[in-house]
Design a protein around this ligand. Structure first.
Ligand SMILES: Nc1ncnc2c1ncn2[C@@H]1O[C@H](COP(=O)(O)OP(=O)(O)OP(=O)(O)O)[C@@H](O)[C@H]1O
Length: 955
């Protein structure tokens, strides 16, 4: 008999002999806990759970309902948190419905938990056998190994921990620890033969071997422990490999072994029942014997004594047999119990393993599915990429093909071109070589020509010089004083006005006396050139251009405009107020021309150009003096023009009856040119005087009085002096009275024989101006008849230059002497005239006027023309006339001179000539002046100090 403390034996409902206390119950609890944990992992049940903890967990019936709902979803639709009893009842009802063992509700309150554990394990067993017949669970089942593989519920088992596996092994039968190889030695011969080749793995056994083994009956002779060893070996192998798959053949073997074990246990149970019945029979037999013996015991027969002894002996023998049988039975029961337990354990382990494998398989499947999906997706992407690459490749391939073809075409084209070019290059080469030869020949010819050209170029300068000389000679042949007549047009639409000009020719014009009729009225004049009213400023200048240009060749040129007031002198010389480039006057055009021409000659002659403006206002008898002329650097004609404009703005202007802006002074613009011949080193000095004379006017006609009258008288006087000079020149007098006026003094170099002089005669063609026009024309006629000496260029070699300077200084001293003499003469005259006009004075006067040609002068320069009957008036108006008028004019001159000298001293106004021109070295003389009113007038005009503008071109 075993120890009652550790094991109590008995026969259970299933007929298996099971250990009941402690260990078995603990194993069952463990199994249950593992199962519940797989179903409801959130419960976190401990493996070594006690009855009390398990009760606490299941007491409210909620977990029970959850387990059932997990296995069969919707088995218990309503699980209450508060009505525990109802939950338990619902669970028990469901168990009842499935035909599974139940427990009492009180079992969850107190006492042993065994009925509860058994109930749940039976539920587990049913779930493992998938006997719920529930589609929902079966749909998730998976088959392992083969189509006929073990079907397990789709329960999620966590992988067993190492501790759990160890614990499981420790609880397993000691047979389970044996290796498959050791077990093979314990199986029967046939079984051993079948497995004799099996050394390591069941999975490696061939299907034939396993088939043989399964079919053979050798399992019958195999010990139970060996069979269990095989089961455990397979399971362990499956656990160790963890490959989630038991080969079908091994599963079949396992099943075969399990069936064999089950069969044996059934046989054992049957045997036990038989034994038990046997024992019952024996017990009854012994009971009957006991009753016999008890009956004998009540008798006293000897034979009875002997019978008692035999019975007793038999009884003893029977007792011994019984004890042996009982012992055997107990052994068998223990063995069956152990086997049952092992089988149960193996079964559970197998189930657990299956669950684990299934979970792993599900995980692996899910993973595989996931990976498969990923791979499929990737494959799809690759496929798409492949397609894209393929299409791009195709398009690129086509593109490249196209390009290749294009390139081939281009290459072919280019190579054909190249060939053509080569050919053309060859022909061009030939041409070039031919051209080279031609070119060389041409070069030779050109060389020869160049030589001749060089020779011609050498002669060019000589020829040019000759040309210039010839040109100037032609000019001289034309007459050194040339007279151009310009007829002023009728302004402001007065074209209808009757004109006194009957005919205008190239160089002649005919004027008609409005007071006469017929031929007698006509008078013709001939000049070098006549410009009609329609002549433009440009036309006028074009005609005089060669003259202005000769200044650059070292000639003195004088262009002056003469005419009555308002006849267009200023217009011709300067242009109208606010002139445009079209109607600029001679001054500006000449300047431009000289600048341009000098620039074009810079390679041979280096020019210096200086400009001076002098205004002669109210003729002064003390002689000419030009003050410190302001010199301004100029780079272009525009600079000069600006300065000339400033000078013009200060010109004495006032309105007369004849001209709104009548010039009340003589304006002399002098352009000094000094040119240095770079080849010879000689110097050319030329002056261009551009003189705009103040307008002559008849005082009575112009209706002036006071200062205006004085101005007019001064103007007339200076013009008369001018006429005297012209007259003297025309008469070739030995004495030319240059010093009678500032104007003639200033123009001396231009009028004095070697200059080229041009006079513009400006006339008005209206009837009212007839007398002035006629007078002017006559004057011009006279001038045009003057023959000056041949014009001479002021070309100085170095020696000549020095001599010229000496001459100039001598001239200066002579002119000073002349002035002195004149002054003394004037003083002398005064003294003579003071008491009375003595016969001596008269003779002196006569002797002074009795210069050669004086008579002619009187005839030609006076207004005694029979056509014009205003002699008495004009004598005082104009500075030239009859002898008597001359005399009175002289008297007037003397008076004026006296007044002027007095007032000049007060005014201290100086005028200087340009310093650059040797011939016109400034001669300082007593400052001119005038009356108080005059000084104010000057100050007003000049801003207090401005008198001249002298402009010099920078070196
Ligand atoms: N050819 C011409 N074409 C157009 N207008 C002219 C011409 N000649 C002169 N004039 C105009 O006649 C007016 C008088 O001319 P300008 O001032 O030149 O005369 P002047 O002889 O200088 O007079 P003065 O002696 O009084 O100064 C001006 O308005 C001028 O513009």
């Amino acid at each position: 008999m075993g120890s009652p403390k550790s094991i109590s034996t008995g026969i259970g409902k299933s007929g298996f002999i099971v250990s009941t206390h402690g260990e078995v119950e603990a194993k069952h609890r463990l199994l249950l806990v593992q199962w519940i944990s797989t179903l409801l992992p959130s419960l976190n049940l401990p493996i070594d759970i006690t009855d009390d903890v398990l009760r606490a967990c299941l007491r409210d019936g909620i977990v029970l309902c959850q387990i059932l709902n997990k296995l069969r979803p919707g088995s218990i639709p309503v699980v209450s948190e508060f009505d525990h009893e109802e939950n338990i009842k619902s669970f028990l009802k469901a168990m009842d419905g499935m035909g599974l063992p139940q427990f009492e509700i009180s079992d969850l309150e107190k006492g042993s938990m065994k009925p509860v554990v058994d109930c749940l394990l039976s539920l587990r067993a049913k779930s493992l056998l998938n006997s719920f017949g529930d589609n929902s669970s079966s749909t998730t089942n998976s088959k392992i190994g083969s189509p006929r593989g073990i079907t397990v519920p789709s329960l999620q088992f966590p992988p067993p921990s190492e501790t759990a596996i160890k614990h499981h092994r420790s609880m397993s039968s000691p047979f389970l620890t044996e290796s498959p190889t050791s077990l093979m030695h314990q199986v029967g011969l046939k079984f051993h033969e079948v497995f004799q080749e099996k050394q390591e793995s069941y999975a490696d056994l061939s299907p034939t071997k396993i088939s043989e083994m399964v079919k053979s009956v050798s399992l019958d002779s195999a010990p139970t422990q060996s069979l269990l060893g095989v089961v455990n070996g397979i399971l362990e192998e499956a656990v160790e490999k963890r490959n989630g798959e038991i080969p079908y053949r091994v599963t079949c073997l396992l099943r075969k072994v399990s069936l064999e074990l089950e069969r044996r246990m059934s046989a054992q149970a049957e045997h036990s029942r038989t034994q038990s019945n046997l024992f019952k029979v024996r017990e009854e037999k012994y009971q009957s014997r006991i009753r016999v013996l008890e009956a004998l015991a009540s008798g006293t027969i000897t034979e009875e004594g002997e019978a008692e002894r035999v019975i007793e002996e038999e009884n003893k023998s029977d007792d011994k047999d019984f004890e042996r049988s009982m012992k055997k039975q107990e052994d068998k029961i223990m063995e069956i119990s152990a086997l049952t337990e092992d089988l149960e354990t193996s079964k559970k382990a197998l189930e657990l393993k299956c669950s684990q494998l299934e979970a792993e398989a599900i995980g692996a499947k899910a993973e595989i599915e996931h990976k498969t999906k990923a791979y499929e997706q990737q494959l799809e992407e690759w496929h798409i990429k492949c397609k894209e690459l393929e299409s791009s490749y195709v398009s690129k391939y086509n593109e490249w093909n196209m390009k290749k073809n294009q390139m081939l075409n281009v290459v072919n084209f280019q190579s054909s071109n190249l060939q053509k070019m080569k050919l053309s290059w060859e022909s061009i080469k030939q041409d070039v070589m031919q051209e080279q030869n031609v070119y060389a020949e041409e070069c030779n010819r050109v060389g020869v020509k160049l030589k001749s050209l060089a020779h011609a170029a050498e002669n060019y300068k000589v020829v040019m010089a000759e040309n210039r000389k010839l040109f100037n000679e032609i000019q001289e042949l034309k007459g050194n004083i040339r007279v151009y007549c310009r007829i002023k047009p009728f302004l402001n639409g007065a074209k209808e006005k009757p004109s006194i000009v009957e005919h205008i020719g190239e160089d002649d014009l005919v004027v008609a006396n409005p007071s006469k009729q017929g031929k007698d009225a006509l008078r013709s004049f001939k000049f070098n050139k006549v410009f009609g009213p329609g002549a433009t400023q440009e036309e006028v200048y074009t005609d005089i251009q060669p003259l202005t240009r000769s200044v650059l060749d070292g000639y003195n040129v004088c262009i002056f405009a003469y005419g009555q007031t308002g006849s267009g002198k200023t217009y011709t010389m300067t242009g109208p107020t606010g002139a445009t480039s079209e109607n600029l006057g001679v001054n500006y055009r000449a300047l431009n021309d000289l600048f341009r021409l000098s620039t074009s000659r810079t390679s041979s002659i280096e020019y210096e150009i200086g400009v001076q403006m002098v205004e002669i206002y109210n003729e002064q008898p003390e002689g000419l003096a030009v003050p410190d002329a302001s010199m301004f650097p100029v780079n272009a004609p525009s600079d000069v023009i600006k300065l000339m404009d400033i000078g013009l703005q200060h010109r004495a202007i006032s309105a007369t009856a004849m001209n709104e802006r009548s010039s009340r002074s003589h304006s002399v613009v002098t352009i000094h040119v000094r040119g240095k011949d770079l080849n010879s080193g000689s110097t050319l000095v030329g002056n261009l005087h551009l003189v705009d004379l103040a307008g002559s006017e008849r005082v009575n006609r112009s209706e002036v009085t006071g200062d205006r009258l004085k101005e007019a008288q001064h103007i007339n006087k200076s013009l008369a002096a001018f006429g005297d000079v012209i007259f003297a020149l025309s008469q070739k007098s030995s004495h030319v009275p240059y010093r009678n006026s500032k104007l003639t003094q200033l123009l001396q170099s231009s009028l004095g024989g070697h200059a080229k002089t041009l006079m513009f005669i400006q006339i008005n063609s209206d009837i009212t101006s007839y007398s002035e026009t006629l007078s002017t024309l006559k004057f011009a006629e006279r001038v045009s008849g003057i023959e000056l000496g041949a014009a001479r260029s002021n070309k100085e070699s170095k020696d000549v230059k020095e001599l010229m300077e000496q001459v100039a200084s001598l001239k200066n001293s002579i002119s000073r002497k002349d002035e002195e003499i004149e002054r003394l003469q004037v003083l002398h005259l005064r003294q003579v005239q003071r008491p009375s006009r003595s016969p001596r004075n008269e003779s002196l006067r006569r002797s002074k006027s009795a210069i050669p040609g004086d008579k002619i002068h009187q005839e030609n320069w006076s207004y005694t023309d029979s056509d014009f009957d205003e002699r008495s008036n004009t004598n005082s108006d104009y500075g030239y006339g009859s002898e008597s008028s001359k005399s009175s004019e002289k008297t007037e001159k003397t008076k004026l001179a006296h007044r002027s000298v007095t007032s000049m001293k007060k005014a201290s106004v100086k005028i200087s000539s340009p310093t650059k021109t040797p011939r016109e070295t400034p001669k300082m003389s007593p400052a001119p002046g005038g009356s108080k009113e005059k000084r104010q007038h000057w100050a007003h005009k000049t801003g207090g100090s401005f008198k001249t503008v002298a402009v010099k071109r920078p070196d």
